[in-house]
Design a protein around this ligand. Sequence first.
Ligand code: ZN
Length: 494
Amino acid sequence: MKLWKNGVFHTMCHPRDTHQSMGTDQGHIIGFDDDLVGLTFEETIDLKGAHVYPGFVDAHLHLLGYGQMLSRISLQGKSKNEVIDVLKQSFQGSLLFALGYMESGITKHDLNKISESVPIYIRHQDYHSLTVNDAVLNQLKYASESGVLTEEVALKAIDLIPKYNHDELKTILEEAIHRLYRYGVTGGHSDDLYYFNGFHDTVKVFEDVLQSMPFRTHLLIHHHTLHDFETSKKTWMDQSPYLQLGAVKMFYDGTITSKTALMFHPYQESDSQGIRVNDPQAFESYIKHARSLGLTVAVHVIGDLGLDELIDILQAHPPKSGQIDRLIHTPYLKKETLLKLKGMPLSIDIQPQFLSSDLPWALNRFSIAPELLFPWKSLLQTGLTISGSSDAPVEIPNPLLGMHAAIYRRSYHDGKVYDRDESLTPYEAVKLYTTGAQVQSMKDNRGYLKPGYIADMTMTKDNLFMMKEDQFFEEQIVMTVIDEKIVFRNTHKI
Ligand SMILES: [Zn+2]
């Protein structure tokens, strides 16, 4: 039994519900303050006034994609010339793969000047597009004047890259989890099973790593791997205290950056309203397949028209009673669509940092702005559960940055606040990463600090409900605890 004392324990049952000490045993909370009188503890941890919250969970990210990014060449924030310089310096005669490129007009001709015969890939920041050289196009047997590939073609090009072996993937996952501990993250809902070594080996990588590194991992089953899941004889949801297999992941549309998100109005200087990634019949068959197995779905959707269409499809094919599907992203909405969402068996995974990163830049891509932009307050008012996430490696998986964006709605580009009415309170923002993120785990012992609940905790030096704007950018995390074990401790602070 452990006694955690001199903290401010925020239970998340109510904004002002706090305790000063907490007892844990065998990975669970046993009680607070007066409940603990007379008990004997093997270990006492003095928290020196730290603020304690239920462990933060990132509701949508790509753990392996994030770990991979940590070891790859980053083009983030670089101009066209800087990108070319970085690529030239990094090129050593073998396959080159760089990430985080923001479209600045680079074509295959620029990459061919570095090499025409060795594959060069630059992945765009939204992960839905790639720019490649002729070496890749030839291997792919695909003609493209620019070398810019999007969606399914981009995925086929990625498939040509030699796979990581099992141990390399383990290292990548360990890197990702180590970094998440430092951000106070104790769990994540991850979409990884399709993009690396296939369902079986990827699940094995998670099983192996989680044996020695606790992290509450919930893996979405990409629809292309659903057959492997069926034949694996694995049951749905719990595999171990740290691993769950969750909803079937599929894509309805693309992204704004790639102009593939499906919008009610065309993109600027274009007739295109974006795309449906799958033809409607194929998409419906994916949903029916998931339903035939009694599974829920998790659908990527960004465009306002895409969301409106998707709601109709889900209403025609509802999950079993008591189950809830999840929508991933939904930044742009028509007002009518909000009304349609009310009462649906859904939770929504939002990425508050997308507002800070994408506005006002995304608005310049539309011919007519969508009616609602990142309408988080309105979404909460529908009564649906909203969870916070980073979509890492797209954004940094630091929940404090997500909370900051949810509360302040400030763009990193022009410093302006967008639609203040849609701001969340600090309490609501913390809920996104605690109580909200737990709904899909289908466990009623997560997301709060309560007796009987799991002892996963995130500790900060200041009170998240009272912080000033700048404090969200400070080094706040003092300790991360999973299953009663301290997995990260900032020794400068505690
Ligand atoms: Zn994603």
